[in-house]
Design a protein around this ligand. Structure first.
Ligand SMILES: [Fe+2]
Length: 146
């Protein structure tokens, strides 16, 4: 069950990176790609924060990595909102998207290496079904608000 949940996150990470790569390569309509990114990235971040990270925060051995992950989400969201407000014709738009991609890529790497590792070590197998269920529920909730 841990593996099922963690592979779901990995799959979503790949999806988000694919959109960010297309955006950076100018491969398609910027506006459409950016709204696709919003639909994928924002619910994913929020659902991790609501359904996954709190369980980790209860474990002493996972707190440090989880706190760092929370901060990376925070910075990612700040930059995301800034890009959202900026006209796509602004010359800084592409530069900001590039930095967003670097941030997200860094975060995904750390999450998949450190956070997933401590999650497997610190959480019980029987916690994962509820985590996965809540994760999906939270994503839906956030998607409806977007
Ligand atoms: Fe994350």
């Amino acid at each position: 069950m841990a593996n099922q949940f963690l592979s779901q996150l990995r799959k979503e990470h790949r999806g988000v990176m694919a959109i960010l790569n297309q955006l950076q390569d100018g491969d398609g309509n910027k506006g459409e790609l950016f709204s696709k990114l919003k639909q994928e990235l924002v619910p994913h971040l929020k659902a991790e924060e609501k359904a996954f990270y709190p369980a980790l925060m209860e474990k002493e051995g996972a707190r440090e990595d989880t706190l760092e992950a929370f901060e990376e989400h925070h910075v990612t969201e700040l930059l995301f909102k800034e890009i959202e407000k900026l006209p796509q014709t602004d010359e800084r738009w592409n530069a900001k998207v590039k930095v967003l991609k670097e941030l997200v890529n860094h975060h995904i790497k750390e999450e998949e290496h450190s956070v997933f590792k401590v999650a497997k070590e610190e959480l019980e197998e029987d916690q994962f079904p509820a985590i996965l269920k809540n994760f999906e529920k939270e994503k839906e909730k956030v998607r409806k608000r977007l």
